[in-house]
Write a protein that binds this ligand. Sequence first.
Ligand code: COA
Ligand code: MG
Length: 287
Amino acid sequence: MRSLLFVPGDSEKKLAKGFASPADGLIVDLEDSVAPGNKAAARRIACEFIRANRPATRAAIYVRVNEIGSGELDADLSAVMAARPDGIMLPKCAAFHDVEHLSTKLRVHEAENGIADGATRIIPLITETAAAVLAAQSYRPHDRLTGMTWGAEDLSASIGARTSRDGSGAYTDVFRLARALTLLAASAADAMAIDTVFPDFRNESGFRDDCLAAERDGFIGKLAIHPAQVDVINEVFTPSPEAVERSRAVVEAFRQAGNAGVVAIEGKMYDRPHLRLAERLLARAPR
Ligand code: COA
Ligand code: MG
């Protein structure tokens, strides 16, 4: 999944726009983009919309519920699981045990809605509090855990930082750490690392640079908050024909060498980590 577009769950207009966008996934939001007094209306609008329009979109449908302990989560799940989403985004995930906690709840809702046991995926937001950042080492593989992502806004509020970026646009230390821990935690848990939002949605060149840096560093996709961001994400996170060609050449060289430990291609050494990287890139390549 390259692009995941957030759509506020209480806006039918934005839901319609989101469902028509080329995003690989949609995250129908019941959390931060919905006012506290509008949660019940958002559940109703979002679920009716998903049920009616699901067949018309090729995107995976995720719903961002409210956090564990918010007092809203059970009502969110009761409503949205009837709409059979592909997955749930869990905000303010404190540690791996929150994934297991949600997974247990999902089993009940799957049974009640005739959904196959374990079919609903989970993507947690793993850096939204200071304690959550420090617990990034807790994640391990889990059948529902397909992707992991991070957030800077709630973390700023958690630590009291006025900004997450310095004057040159680079993340400050705590946010670089959160971003790096997300890459490491996702790899350790065999999940997709998905980069966080870029809120300055009119700044296209800044957004493209952010996407390029994320792709370079190992993220396989990015969250979007505006439909205009989706095309840029899809473009940057689709491996180029040249990159695919290079990776095929590496895989082929190892194959021809009888699956050796090390090969030479055009005067350069390639060993097993290069093969692994080439295979990872080919897994993301268009078919
Ligand atoms: N999903 C679907 N449609 C969206 C959208 C989104 N995330 N963001 C904007 N649109 C629609 C607008 O409704 C508008 O539709 P229209 O042309 O029919 O009027 C069109 O795209 C252009 O939008 P624009 O005028 O450029 O932006 P805006 O001022 O209407 O909206 C935001 C700006 C930030 C309020 C809006 O992008 C948004 O709601 N983003 C998602 C926020 C969110 O979910 N946050 C939680 C995660 S951090
Ligand atoms: Mg938030």
